[in-house]
Design a protein around this ligand. Structure first.
Ligand SMILES: [Zn+2]
Length: 402
């Protein structure tokens, strides 16, 4: 059997590009007749009929039969075949991996969260990542060629076009995307984690028609996803959105990027962790004391648990961080004039403790006219934003939509 379209070099031909455009149309608009497609794409009936026929042969499009109309000829309705291909999403976090798979229509097939993993910048951790992905694919129990592409989210500087990741897993001259493709024997796209979350939220989350959006990802680090006129904004090399490394403080705290005074050193999970340890050593009490004394792991989950149990020290620090982040967001709003700011990432599980100081700082520090224009919403997909975004980005990239 010859390889199907989307897995061959036919992609780049005019025919291939038109077929991608047809699939794109169905993703954006749902099922449609050939006449509707012709009108939208400005093509002749014979051309579209031929392309639809080829897409049916490959299994991507199905004929749902004649539609009911009041008299006259009844045209057939066509639409995407959900089982014609699948997309795998990999969301790498500091202490775990979330994996998921969506079908060709974008519906959930399987999601597995909190697979134990320790993100270290070593070749061994990269191999471990591949093993986790291999195991997931094995558990899916489906032919590997059904998986059309994998999307992998990575924190830090990622150039999705060249396939290089500069902050994590940068060991060889070869781009990381190529290394993963060779190891996994599949098409792999890499993406900055926050940008993938923003895309997930845009396509299947809280976004309801807004086109100019800022997505804040406050987890262990601090990131920003930017959507302008309905498109992800990458910048020249894919490094846009490094909000965490915006120099805002004279605090002499060294950031992991090598500089000091970054916003991330005052507003992020890692900042919360550092500040709790500092204040505890200075004499403040906290329910994390025993864990700190016994040198047990205190990661994001432990910090969130402490907040949930109303640890006053953690809450006080969180509120201070909210003010600092609010100032940063106010500045972004003055620059971008967004319709919507989405607050996402693990730390927004704390709800009001973080939200209230952020909103108050935004009111205080942003221009009134600008802030009246902007809606604020907490991420709807929450911890799944990254997986959903990774899968949908893989689909959009293989279709040339991004
Ligand atoms: Zn920094």
């Amino acid at each position: 059997m010859t390889a199907r379209f989307l897995l061959t070099s036919e992609d780049a031909t005019r025919n291939g590009l038109l077929k991608k455009k047809i699939i794109h149309y169905y993703i954006a608009n749902g099922d449609a007749t050939i006449a509707e497609l012709c009108k939208e794409m400005n093509l002749s009936i014979p051309t579209v009929t031929k392309l639809i026929g080829e897409l049916q042969d490959d299994g991507y499009i199905v004929d749902f039969g004649k539609q009911e109309t009041s008299g006259g000829r009844k045209p057939s309705i066509y639409g995407l075949n959900p089982t014609s291909g699948y997309f795998l999403g990999v969301d790498i976090l500091r202490d775990r991996i979330n994996l998921g798979m969506l079908d060709f229509k974008g519906d959930k097939v399987r999601i597995e969260e909190n697979i134990p993993y320790r993100l270290e910048n070593t070749p061994a951790a990269l191999e471990q990542l591949c093993t986790v992905i291999d195991d997931f694919i094995r558990r899916l129990d489906m032919p590997k060629e059904k998986i059309l592409a994998i999307g992998v989210n990575i924190s830090g500087r990622v150039n999705p076009v060249s396939g290089y990741s500069y902050s994590i897993f940068y060991f060889q001259e070869k781009p990381l995307a190529q290394i993963l493709e060779e190891r996994l024997q599949m098409k792999v796209y890499i993406e900055n984690d926050t940008r993938a979350m923003a895309y997930g939220e845009y396509m299947q989350g809280i976004v309801k028609g807004e086109k100019n959006i800022l997505f804040i990802n406050m987890s262990w680090g601090l990131g920003l996803g930017i959507i302008i006129n309905g498109q992800l904004y990458y910048g020249k090399s894919g490094f846009s959105g490094e909000l965490g490394h915006f120099c805002m403080f004279d605090n002499e705290v060294l950031c992991h990027c090598g500089k000091k005074g970054c916003l991330e050193t005052e507003a992020s999970g890692s900042a919360l962790h550092r500040k709790i340890l500092e204040r505890y050593r200075e004499g403040s009490s906290t329910i994390l004391a025993q864990k700190i004394d016994e040198k047990e792991q205190v990661g994001l989950s432990e910090l969130l648990e402490a907040i949930q149990r109303e640890d006053v020290l953690s809450i006080e620090i969180l509120e201070e961080m909210g003010v600092n982040l609010g100032k940063g967001i106010a500045g972004l709003m003055n620059i971008f004039n967004p319709e919507l700011v989405i607050l996402g990432g693990m730390l927004f599980q704390t709800d009001e403790y973080l939200l209230l100081p952020i909103k108050s700082a935004i009111r205080k520090y942003s221009l009134n006219l600008v802030s009246q224009d902007t809606d604020f919403k907490i991420s709807k997909l929450k911890e799944r934003a990254g997986i959903i975004g990774a899968c949908l980005l893989a689909r959009s990239k293989i279709l040339g939509m991004i």
